[in-house]
Ligand binder design. Sequence first.
Ligand code: SF4
Length: 346
Amino acid sequence: MRFLDDLSKLDMEYEMTELGEKPFRGRQLYKWMYSKGVFDFQEMTDLSKQLRQKLKQRYSFRKIEVIEKKKSQNDGSTKLLLELDDRNRIEAVILKDGERLTGCVSTQVGCRMGCSFCSTAKIGLIRNLKIGEIVRQIIIMNRILNDQDEKLSNIVFMGMGEPLDNLDNLNEAIRIILDESGLNFSHRKVTVSTCGMADELNKMYKELDSPVNLAVSLNFTDNEMRQKFMPVSKKYPVESLIATLKKLPVQKRKRITIEYVLIKDINDSWKDAKYLAEMLRGLPVKINLIVYNDSDIGFNSAAEKNVFAFQKVLQDKGFSAFIRKSLGSDIEGACGQLYARYNKKI
Ligand code: SF4
């Protein structure tokens, strides 16, 4: 039995020709799945009963079920714990920021990047998510929002996992998300967030027709420090990462978002802010300063006065620097925390 949602649109067309059908049947299936959110052959009523039967004998869809839903009392964000076929669990979060509803999507079960301030890192990498498992998180979030006459306005790949470590499936998922006969999002509304896999970044920009937005989780300016907290820096030192960013074919009017999570007494001094400004000089960026959610893995939120001082240094140097609320902080908003707690419980 094959899972249809592991396939790209082109592969679905090919599969149908293998079945003795016309390629457009593949496009019909694709539309049912990603435009209408239907993952049951019986409901695909423009396919003959005979064909539906044939499909049922050969193919299936991956299971992805909501097993826990937590809504933040502070800001209305909703965190979902989802269970997959193999009983692995991932998270997806609907982040509510005023009118804007952003779907935060996972790309892996766990992560192998090993960032020491991150709960997901403690899990390690269990496996990459398949194409459909990535896209269906968005369909599930939209289904939940639909009950309130709302829908996601933005997508960010910032859930569990390093998106660029699952590049082929990520790119295919993005194609479906942007496709008019798929989820039909504008490329301006989709952001990939990376810890800094420079080679894969180049590859992503080469392979995608529509450039999506980019966010880089930088967090440290000093290489030694970054290597200590974010081991990806051993392969891609800060300087080479910044050099890669400078050469990326980022579209005019699109700025790279630099994410900087402020952790108490680790990277929140005015000196760090000064180095950051020097490092980013000449790059089209905006900087998001994110106050770390207190966690049970030994790190704490930066003090408010340090956060404002940090922002001021950057603004004085001419950068757009924004302090971002920690959305969903009362629902274990840092990535991986809900998963970690759930696994402790069982
Ligand atoms: S912060 Fe992101 S890249 Fe780093 S370990 Fe966590 S999920 Fe992976």
